[in-house]
Design a protein around this ligand. Sequence first.
Ligand code: HEC
Length: 188
Amino acid sequence: MHKEISWRSTLIGAVGMLMIMATIALVVILTGSYNVAADERHTTPVEWALSTSMENSVRARAENVQPPPTFTSTMISAGGAEYKAMCQHCHGGVGAAKEEWVKGMRPQPPALASAAKEWQPAEIFWLVKHGVKATAMPSFGDTHEDATIWNIVAFVKAMPSMSAEQYAAYAAESGSHSEEGEGAAHSH
Ligand code: HEC
């Protein structure tokens, strides 16, 4: 009998706690009290929640992505041109700085010359194809074929072991960037 009562009160306590938390969350959402300004840091718990969600979401979804068996030098060099045209301004390169205005972004685009080590090729593919919601990271899947995205992945994975001279030697794609891949087969 006594045991049953303590069980019940624990349950009531837990439900009450959840209701209080949901009410607080709703008040924060409806009153606009959370500052969305990009020039102010997130609070530590929000930053943790966002970055952990992003990481786990990408890792879980990339499990179904099958990378090509090897990255050839042709792929790396084709990817270099794409990278310099579409990624360098936000992520920088080896010995190539990000654009000045990137400082105003939150979250900050990491320097891929080192951050690329922490991601598997399939995860980088997924990130480039689908992008990251509510960040400046765009999805390139609608405008670029999977083969082009794999070239970019090949280049990004090669960056951590590149010297600034090697990086600079890759040709930048000239002026008009071709937007291929419209209506091409998409894999997820
Ligand atoms: C307009 C700026 C912008 C452009 C252009 C851009 N990115 Fe990003 N990228 C971001 C931001 C911001 C993040 C951080 C997202 C986050 O932390 O949730 C990011 C994250 C990433 C990540 C995950 C890195 C990490 O450690 O969190 C990869 C990989 C990546 N981008 C690759 C690319 C590639 C490759 C390209 C070019 C095809 C590209 N990005 C173009 C802004 C950009």
